[in-house]
Write a protein that binds this ligand. Structure first.
Ligand SMILES: [Zn+2]
Length: 549
């Protein structure tokens, strides 16, 4: 007899005694439980029907059903038969791979909000941490803490060159000696074995800024040997941006590993338009065989600390006590102030104190949302650049703040976005809802690309935008089982309405979730639907290519 539920129940009437029926039911149950049935339609955990499938490759959407069993996509077809405890009617909405955010500062907030609502509600299912040269060390401890936390999203990380240098060389402005270099190389090796996806640098920041290029190449080579990539917050994104892109390419070329210009932007009005030249540098590098790529967030304002953005790096050498001592010395203070005026006029300051807005100040949360002109007025300082510079130094002396800097041109933004080697990354964090005044990119990056740059401005096609949020970053990270909708892939899936998707977070009111997303699935479990986060916490820790237990 065919050991199959349907066949069993087709027994002839004369054989259907009560005992035969009980035996048949038992057989059917056993067949289901052991999965031995072959002719019976497959059973799934979730089936998504009536989907416009945007599969991550960039190919045009196609219509179909998608079946998920446990944590994998197991079938995709124009019409799937079979049962599932959960059927989702996509009602002709777009079904895409869950988005992968290659540049996040998620450790700011993830432990307070492990559901990372701001990201999930815009379709993100994977967060990569450790950018800009900054990561916890050793990374194994951090990843273990994340693993112990029930979370809605997957988390992976880079190891930070700045953090390693700080541990070995401190905040000194000098090249590392041979012994220090050997120690740093060993730390990169350890991090790669612990699961880092590569080496991040933040050559703009202290202490990364004190690092000569060849020292970075030395460490990048180690990351490359383990299959990792290099991702760079460049030394200068303003007047010296071309040199910085050259350096990022040189690190990839010298270290023989893929290299990425992260959150590419052109800061300062006098530098606007230079993306045409930076992109040509990337094209030329790629033409000669350097694996160079880009990521970007879709906003014309950046966010970092006030002191990093508006004070010269030399003033920060050695740490806060030394900075405060320099500010107490009248001659040194005047030199710092002159540089601050210049940075306000031509670089991050955007030429107007109103273009610098305080996002959060730990020592006075009421300052969040105020701009430098407001602070100058509050402090009875003149409404001039000098007044704004004095307000800046006062803020730094109080303890510093996170700031938002409106100094990026829309033309550069769109030109970079259109480049085929540009992927999307938020550079965001996990805000505690309602607290402080963070950059809206944390809530809106992916929704904004889909709403503003796909639907409204038609800068990108929908399929190309999804590629830049899924398959492309997955390829970059070597996540070969994510980023595409195909049988066998991990079931990270997002369903959204392309006509309704939009970011609602603004600089004035950042704490607003994206709209238009119906369902988000991480590793085969629904983490968001019908406007709410679910109780599921299926996110896993992702380990890079050099990982060894
Ligand atoms: Zn950065």
């Amino acid at each position: 007899m065919n050991c199959n539920g349907r066949e069993v129940f087709r027994l002839k009437p004369e054989a259907t005694s009560a005992r035969a029926l009980i035996a048949a039911a038992g057989l059917a149950m056993a067949a289901t439980l052991t999965g031995v049935s072959s002719a019976q339609p497959a059973s799934y955990d979730i089936v998504i029907r009536n989907a416009r499938i945007v599969d991550g490759t960039g190919s045009p959407w196609y219509r179909g059903d998608i079946a998920i069993r446990q944590d994998r996509i197991v079938a995709i077809a124009p019409r799937l038969d079979g049962d599932a405890p959960r059927t989702i009617d996509a009602r002709e909405q777009v079904v895409a791979p869950g988005f992968i955010d290659i540049h996040t500062h998620a450790r700011r907030g993830l432990f307070e909000v492990p559901t990372a609502d701001n990201y999930v509600r815009q379709g993100v299912t994977t967060l990569i941490e450790g950018p800009d040269g900054s990561s916890p060390l050793p990374i194994a401890g951090f990843l273990a803490t994340v693993a112990a936390l029930g979370r809605s999203v997957n988390v992976g990380m880079f190891v930070g060159q700045g953090s390693i240098r700080e541990a070995v060389v401190g905040n000194a402005n000098r090249p590392a000696d041979a012994a220090e270099r050997a120690k740093m190389r060993a730390m990169v090796e350890q991090a790669m074995k612990e699961g880092a996806f590569g080496l991040s640098t933040g050559l703009f920041y202290v202490p990364g800024t004190f690092t000569p290029t060849d020292e970075v190449v030395d460490l990048a080579t180690v990351a490359g040997r383990f299959g990792g990539i290099h991702i760079s917050h460049m030394r200068d994104e303003a007047s010296k941006v071309l040199d910085s892109v050259r350096e990022t390419i040189a690190i990839g070329e010298g270290g023989r590993l893929p290299t990425q210009v992260t959150h590419h932007k052109i800061i300062g009005r006098s530098n606007w338009g230079r993306s045409a030249e930076t992109l040509k540098l990337v094209d030329d590098a790629r033409a000669r065989g350097v694996d160079a790529t880009i990521d970007q967030y879709p906003y014309t304002a950046s966010s970092t600390s006030i002191q990093s953005a508006l004070l010269p790096a030399w003033a920060l050498e050695g740490g806060r006590q030394q900075l405060l001592a320099r500010l107490k010395d009248a001659g040194t203070r005047a030199k710092i102030r002159a540089e601050t005026v210049r940075l306000l006029e031509t670089e991050r300051g955007g030429g107007d104190p109103r273009n610098v807005v305080l996002a959060s100040c730990q020592w006075d949360m009421s300052l969040a949302g105020k701009n430098l002109a407001d602070v100058s007025r509050q402090r009875s300082l003149p409404a001039t650049m000098d007044g704004a510079a004095d307000a800046t130094l006062w803020i730094v002396e109080q303890g510093g703040c996170q700031g938002i800097f409106h100094a990026i041109g829309e033309d550069d933004l769109e030109r970079i976005l259109r480049h085929p080697a540009t992927m999307i990354g938020s550079d965001g964090e996990v805000p505690v809802f309602g607290r402080a005044s963070p950059h809206p990119r944390s809530y809106g990056t992916f929704a904004r690309v889909l709403g503003v740059y796909v639907r409204d401005r038609k800068t990108l096609t929908l399929e190309d935008a999804v590629r830049r949020m899924s398959a492309f970053p997955a390829q970059r990270l070597g996540l070969h089982d994510r980023g595409l909708l195909r049988p066998g892939m991990m079931a990270d899936v997002v369903i959204f309405d392309p006509a309704r998707v939009r970011d609602t977070a603004t600089f004035e009111r950042p704490h607003q979730y994206a709209e238009g997303f119906a369902t988000v699935i991480t590793n085969g479990q629904i983490v968001y639907e019908a406007g709410s986060m679910t109780a599921a916490r299926p996110g896993v820790v992702l380990y890079g290519p050099g990982y060894s237990k």
